[in-house]
Design a protein around this ligand. Structure first.
Ligand SMILES: Nc1ncnc2c1ncn2[C@@H]1O[C@H](COP(=O)(O)OP(=O)(O)OP(=O)(O)O)[C@@H](O)[C@H]1O
Length: 318
């Protein structure tokens, strides 16, 4: 069967129980998502797998395409892109019975790491086709849904600097320069944090509210976070001398930073974070405003298709 564009959708549906829709963000990973899609299309043709697809024009169009695909009962709506792409699809299908699918083709692809979704597009597609449908929590940050990690502190200031000062430097290098700048100049701030009614006040480098485990291209900020348990892990990196912080920093890639006595991990469903000086807030890799931030977790908000072998222990969606 030949693939069809969304706009050409005929009244009949592909003969599969769950129709498969791909939405490709051509800008993801500086345009490399298109190459991933070419490879994937070849595979789909070889296997004679029926599917629908659309290439998004911008963020609003991507959201509209995901909503349109989700109108088909039981649709699997798979993004071909990075975390920004998947976050838009996850929030667009909220309230429908559509299932999120992930073909990692972005720069960081951090959310995919929590579920061990393969980085190769064809392997990711195979595990999408053979995968299990499981429930997924979302969070609501100041009223807007997110699916991965939000927070404030040094990490959000790095994103702000990368967007503002190093915009012309491409991709990861801009973030590296911004990180170096913040490692030299950032000072811990006084945070007021409330987790399910329990109040904490302390000086901290950053506060992350995590549904899943990874952000920032492979940093395992919340190694115990489970995006199916209804809770967010609140990771607080408390006051440390600059050199101590720099020594701690590399440990985040293995998630070992949480063992440091200056790092606390709280868990809750309703989280509020205030700071005397308003700081930038990031959500799923984008800046969305400034503190205060308020998060409310939405348990089993949507469904996601994940590789079967890695997630046998995870309960299927009902
Ligand atoms: N045609 C388009 N459709 C959708 N989004 C687009 C488009 N053109 C530009 N964008 C922008 O692409 C950005 C990047 O997308 P995405 O986050 O999926 O990729 P990435 O940044 O390479 O990966 P990651 O977030 O995993 O590091 C989005 O923030 C969005 O604003």
């Amino acid at each position: 069967m030949s693939p069809q564009h969304f706009e050409d959708r005929a009244s009949h549906l592909p003969a599969k129980d769950r129709p498969l829709y791909f939405i490709i963000n051509p800008a993801a990973s500086n345009g490399k998502a298109r190459t991933a899609w070419d490879e994937l299309q070849q595979y789909l043709h070889q296997q004679d797998i029926p599917y629908w697809f659309a290439i998004s024009e911008d963020e609003d169009n991507l959201t509209a395409l995901a909503k349109k695909a989700a109108e088909t009962p039981g649709a699997v709506v798979a993004g071909v892109g990075g975390d920004g792409t998947m976050s838009l699809i996850a929030t667009a299908i909220y309230g429908t019975d559509a299932v999120l699918g992930i073909i990692p083709a972005g720069t960081g692809n951090d959310f995919a790491r929590t579920f061990s979704i393969p980085a190769n597009p064809v392997q990711a597609c195979r595990s999408l086709l053979d995968g299990n449908i499981v429930p997924l929590d979302l969070g609501r940050l100041n009223g807007k849904l997110f699916y991965n990690v939000v927070g404030a502190g040094l990490d959000a200031e790095v994103v702000a600097d990368a967007n503002r000062l190093f915009k012309k430097v491409s991709g990861s290098l801009g973030y590296m320069l911004a990180l170096v700048k913040q490692l030299v100049f950032y000072r811990p701030h006084r945070f007021h944090i409330t987790v399910d009614g329990k109040h904490t006040e302390l000086d901290a480098w950053l506060v992350s509210v995590a549904n899943a485990q990874y952000y920032g291209s492979g940093m395992r900020v919340a190694p115990e976070a489970d995006p199916q348990d209804g809770y967010a892990d609140v990771v607080i990196v408390g006051k440390l001398h600059r050199l101590q912080f720099m020594r701690l920093f590399p440990l985040v890639y293995q998630g070992k930073h949480v063992k440091h006595p200056a790092v606390q991990v709280l868990r809750g469903k309703q989280i509020a974070v205030k700071c005397a000086k308003p700081l930038h807030v990031h959500a799923d890799g984008e800046l969305i405003g400034k503190t205060p931030l308020k998060v409310e977790m939405c348990h089993h908000a949507i469904s996601i298709k994940v590789p079967a072998a890695e997630n046998e222990k995870i309960s299927p969606a009902v």
